[in-house]
Design a protein around this ligand. Structure first.
Ligand code: HEM
Length: 419
């Protein structure tokens, strides 16, 4: 080891973090030190992909809530040269008026009130997943709990039969990885993304035609795919491709995100048993705890925007078409916005005296996550079920592993025990 001039052993030479460090899969388990370092250096950083990275809370919030920052150029910025079939034309990547039209068609299904009617059903799903895991020894908690919970919920809402869950499980991870910038993807991953997108669009085409047959027999179903088919067939509110792309978006956004909330949230509780104890003693905290978990280890680490006009962020000028990466995972740990930002404090959002800043995990502005009430409810029901059982969580010596995903960052495996 190196020794400095007063004789102290220097174990690590601190080099300032660079944006390039974030791209390396080595920083996936803990990108937070690099984020802190980048925030200290400045609010806006150039990146090797030619897109500036915004790291501080205030500037991230500013970009997300300003409609002069478009989300329609995601493909051009991150996936240049990609055919639209490879990234289905979803309203997530549209500006008004198309965004407003398509979001309006599905938004009623996800209001807080509609979603709260699902509490009982979600509780049954959680109990069904939890019962075989408790006391069963080491289990991969991602495979047994974090993945199947949101997958089952969103499939039931869409009308995807349980027998098709393995098919979905085969396609979805390839699309989730495909959210990352193309230069990070291997040729195989790019092909897998295209195949998954094409096959999922075809799959929903099949569900839609079955829904139409049922409607023709006078037995219409009430799942979301059937509702969208009805809207399409009784007017010109959306095209056939938009209808199928909306189904794919709801399916992927509905579970490849929430799996990270559940996985990261469970890991947070395992690492901080005092917080788990707090949940057992104070059930009234369960709702607020979900928001703190969303803040502390964000399930979606970044999104992009492109300037529609000349815009300035923290003194940096952007011409029309120039893009930014909004680093949500970093904004949520900014000590300019949050006291003790690296601490998981499940009382943070319950404490009325010290109102915590809003986290950016569901974004802000017109693209604010449509499924936020659903994702919150799924995690809250799980926390309540764990607390009710007085559950103890333990990590296996093997430790967790991470997916390579940069945008939808989260655990690949979480070997552990629940007693
Ligand atoms: C949009 C995060 C769960 C559906 C978004 C955005 C974020 C996000 C950050 C906006 C991206 C941007 O501004 O560029 C999350 C997280 C979730 C979650 C962290 C879980 C913890 C869900 C669920 C659904 C869903 C369960 C269910 C349907 C959507 C849709 C959009 C969206 C449709 C696009 C909204 C629009 O463009 O207007 N989500 N999401 N999400 N989310 Fe979620």
């Amino acid at each position: 080891p190196a020794v400095d001039d007063v004789g102290t052993v220097v174990t690590a030479v601190a080099t300032p973090a660079r944006v390039e460090d974030l791209l390396s899969s080595e920083t996936r388990p803990d990108p937070y030190r690099a984020y802190a370092d980048l925030r200290a250096q400045g609010a806006v950083h150039p990146s090797p992909m030619g897109i500036a990275v915004v790291t501080r809370y205030q500037e991230c919030a500013e970009v997300l809530s300003d409609p002069r920052w478009s989300h329609a150029n995601e493909a051009e910025l991150f996936h240049p040269g990609v055919e639209h079939t490879e990234l289905p034309a979803s309203f997530l990547w549209m500006d008004p008026p198309d965004h407003t039209r398509l979001r309006g068609l599905v938004s009623k299904a996800f209001t807080a009130r509609t979603v709260s009617d699902l509490r009982q059903r979600i509780t049954r799903i959680v109990d069904g997943l939890l019962d075989p895991v408790i006391g069963a020894g080491t289990t991969d908690l991602v495979e047994a709990l974090a993945y199947p919970l949101p997958l089952t919920v969103i499939c039931e809402l869409l009308g995807v039969p349980a027998s098709d869950h393995p098919l979905v499980h085969g396609w979805a991870p390839a699309l989730a990885r495909g959210f990352d910038p193309d230069p990070l993807l291997s040729p195989r991953e790019r092909v897998a993304r295209t195949d998954a997108a094409v096959e999922l669009l075809e799959y929903f085409g099949g569900l839609v035609s079955r829904a139409r047959d049922r409607a023709a027999r006078g037995e219409p179903a009430t799942d979301l795919v059937s509702e969208l088919a009805r809207v399409h067939d009784h007017g010109d509110a959306l095209t056939e491709h938009e209808m199928l792309a909306t189904c794919v978006t709801l399916l992927i956004a509905g579970h490849e995100t929430t799996v990270n909330l559940v996985g990261n949230g469970l890991l947070g509780l395992i690492r901080d048993p005092d917080q788990l104890d707090l949940l057992r003693r104070r059930p009234e905290l369960h709702g607020a705890a979900v928001d703190e978990m969303l803040r502390h280890d964000s399930p979606v680490h970044m999104t992009t925007r492109a300037a529609l006009t000349n815009l300035t962020v923290a003194g940096h000028e952007f011409a029309p078409g120039e893009g930014v990466i909004v680093l949500i995972g970093s904004a949520n740990r900014d000590d300019r916005a949050f006291a003790r930002p690296d601490e998981l404090d499940l009382t943070r959002y319950a404490n009325r005296e010290t109102v915590a800043a809003r986290h950016l995990s569901f974004s802000l502005g017109m693209h604010y996550c449509l499924g936020a009430p659903l994702a919150r409810l799924e995690m809250e029901v799980l926390l309540t079920a764990l607390a009710r059982r007085g559950a103890q969580l333990e990590l296996d010596a093997a430790g967790p592993t991470y997916k390579p995903n940069l945008v939808l960052r989260g655990l690949a495996t979480l070997p552990g025990r629940i007693n």
